[in-house]
Write a protein that binds this ligand. Structure first.
Ligand code: FAD
Length: 404
């Protein structure tokens, strides 16, 4: 018995190893990851970790977790090839690792931005703890920071570094920040509040080149010809899934590794979970690849159940959060197809929620500093319950009464 090998020791891979044991799997479990650091939480990296000071990474599991659960954790090891016919992985350095079942939890990596000057020192993107250390070190001596991309990670970093006294400019090619992800009223609120906090945001603007000085970045030049001084440039224009291993083995991909509702790829003994997995969503019928801790965790739990012979299909309600300065954003459900909204609370107080409906059914809730709405929303959507717009307008008590 060669047992289960998991590639990638991030949120998904670590949870899969833990869940195999929780579900009673008794065979060998090997967890291989190419990072040297002990597995850690990623979300704090763009929030608290890069503040001035000595914040420590937050471990995903304690020191003795893997040994205590008989999980063979091998950090700092890169898998280079999957040999499906031999059911074997080729490891960097020439070793091989046999498997009965394989879980690919290889995550995603920052989308590169082809740009003159992108290779200058001081130009970075943020995915790993090592990246976050680099940003913290570089920002210690930077007074001007330019962030390319106005998505969640870019805006989180902008808020953190601006609060630390840096002059921060965010450049976003689209006509608003958080464009892909969120209701315009929330995106507008986040924009205005960041600007109020001293962040400069240039929407509808791209960068045409980065200028250096002795090999270090010194400025970013915009598409309109403005020259912005910058000792630190952070590229945050999204991610691409790490599909290369699967692709080379002939496993079906398409914006991620294609999986079924049991987390199985086109090769049934190979499963895929987390940022790298693309699947037909049970609620919308569309294909999605979600980048969230919730998705990584819940898919990992289900993959373990699949391996143990259970037949339950993936049906977790998606949720996500982002902390941008003094705004705690929380989302539950998927907003695609939203055709009617009800707003609760008051943007002027920095506390409000947007309830999205499609064809008369509640599909998603997005909140700013209203965690109670988010938690109740998870309950309602998890139970398949749709309050009427009037019940939503009546506030949490009316919704709770309707749900009971
Ligand atoms: P990852 O955590 O990326 O883990 C994949 C691992 O596999 C990596 O360690 C990688 O190095 C390794 N690997 C890849 N290829 C190989 C190989 N060939 N051999 C060996 N190892 C390999 N989500 C939220 O819900 N809320 C947030 O607030 C939030 N904030 C975030 C902030 C930042 C800065 C980042 C980067 C992400 C954030 N996310 C957030 C997203 C969340 O962290 C990801 O969705 C989650 O990490 C996905 O887990 P994963 O295990 O699929 O991938």
């Amino acid at each position: 018995k060669n047992g289960v090998v998991i590639v990638g020791a991030g949120h998904a891979g670590v949870q899969a190893a833990a869940s195999l044991r929780e579900e009673g799997y008794e065979g060998p479990v090997v967890l291989v990851g190419d990072e040297k650091d002990w597995p850690y939480h990623k979300p704090p990296l763009s929030k608290t970790f890069i503040k001035d000071g000595e914040a420590k990474p937050q471990p995903l599991r304690g020191d003795t977790f893997f040994s205590g659960h008989n999980i063979d954790f091998r950090p700092g090891i890169r898998v280079e090839r999957i040999d499906l016919s031999q059911r074997r992985l080729d490891i960097a350095g020439g070793d091989a690792l046999p498997f009965d079942r394989l879980i690919l939890a290889t995550g995603s990596r920052p989308r590169p931005l082809p740009l003159p000057g992108a290779d200058l020192a001081g130009v970075v993107s943020l995915r790993s703890l090592d990246d976050a250390r680099a940003i913290r070190d570089l920002s210690a001596s930077a007074s001007d920071v330019v962030i390319l991309g106005g998505g969640f990670i870019g805006l989180e970093i902008a808020a953190t570094l601006a609060a630390g006294g840096r002059k921060v400019t965010v450049m976003e090619a689209a006509d608003r920040v958080l464009g892909r992800a969120i209701a315009p009223v929330i995106a507008g609120h986040v924009h205005d509040r960041l600007v109020g906090g001293g962040v400069r945001i240039l929407t509808g603007t791209t960068v045409s080149r980065l200028e250096g000085d002795n090999g270090r970045v010194a400025a970013a030049v915009t598409s309109t010809g403005e020259r912005l001084p910058a000792q630190l440039v952070i590229i945050g224009v999204g991610v691409v899934p790490n599909v290369e291993l699967a692709e080379a083995a002939g496993i079906v991909t398409g914006n991620g590794i294609r999986i079924d509702q049991h987390m199985r790829s086109s090769v049934p003994e190979v499963l895929a979970i987390g940022d790298v997995a693309n699947y037909r969503h049970w609620a919308t019928g569309g294909d999605v690849r979600l980048e969230s801790v919730q998705n990584a965790t819940d898919q990992a739990k289900l993959a373990a159940r699949t391996i143990l012979g259970h037949a339950d299909a993936y049906a977790a309600v998606p949720w996500f959060w982002s902390d941008i300065g003094d705004m705690k954003l929380q989302m539950v459900g998927l907003t695609g197809g939203s055709d009617q909204c009800v707003v609760l609370g008051d943007a002027a107080e920095n506390k409000f929620s947007v309830y999205h409906y499609a064809n008369g059914r509640l599909i998603a809730i997005e909140s700013v500093n209203r965690p109670g709405d988010h938690m109740l929303g998870r309950k309602m959507l998890g139970a398949g319950f749709s309050p009427t717009p009037d019940e939503v307008a009546g506030g949490p008590d009316a919704m709770k009464a309707a749900l009971a």
